[in-house]
Design a protein around this ligand. Structure first.
Ligand SMILES: [Fe+2]
Ligand SMILES: [Fe+2]
Length: 154
């Protein structure tokens, strides 16, 4: 994994640890964070398999012609197919957090909710649109030469 691809993994690892810890809390808060954890753990695997290689391609194409490998093409197809589900999972996580908030406003809980919301907003507003752009380029570039450089016509 290159350094620039690791930022999302690092954030996922950190959030996974924080959510897991909170899910072990006794009572309703722990139960709700367990529900959130179930969604988040499968969700991040999908993101790491699609978002990371596609954003890597976008970044590499700024500097040179980049070829579309079979696995990258598959990541592009998978992201387009799973985008809606992944956004629905973001919403499902937010709904769980909205249930937690009125019942448990302790500092630790609020801080974790803020962290998760920031992560999700960054993905929905910036990372997913960039990934979708990369997916569209990757799919349109497959066949012919299969290479693309940023600034050249598709
Ligand atoms: Fe994520
Ligand atoms: Fe996400």
């Amino acid at each position: 994994m290159t350094q620039r691809e690791s930022f999302l993994n690092e954030e996922h690892t950190e959030l996974l640890a924080e959510i897991s810890e909170m899910s072990a809390t006794p009572g309703e808060t722990g139960k709700l964070f367990t529900e959130l954890l179930n969604i988040f753990s499968a969700h991040l695997d999908r993101e790491e398999e699609t978002v990371l290689p596609l954003l890597g391609y976008l970044r590499d194409s700024v500097e040179s012609l980049v070829e579309v490998s079979d696995s990258l093409f598959k990541a592009g197809k998978d992201f387009r197919t799973e985008y809606e589900t992944m956004e629905n999972e973001h919403n499902a996580m937010d709904n769980i957090m909205k249930t937690i908030e009125p019942n448990d406003a302790s500092g630790k809980v609020m801080e974790l909710i803020r962290h998760i919301r920031h992560h999700v907003m960054l993905e929905s507003e910036i990372i997913y649109p960039a990934t979708m752009t990369a997916a569209n380029i990757v799919i349109s570039r497959t066949g012919a030469k299969g290479k693309w450089r940023s600034g050249t016509e598709l």
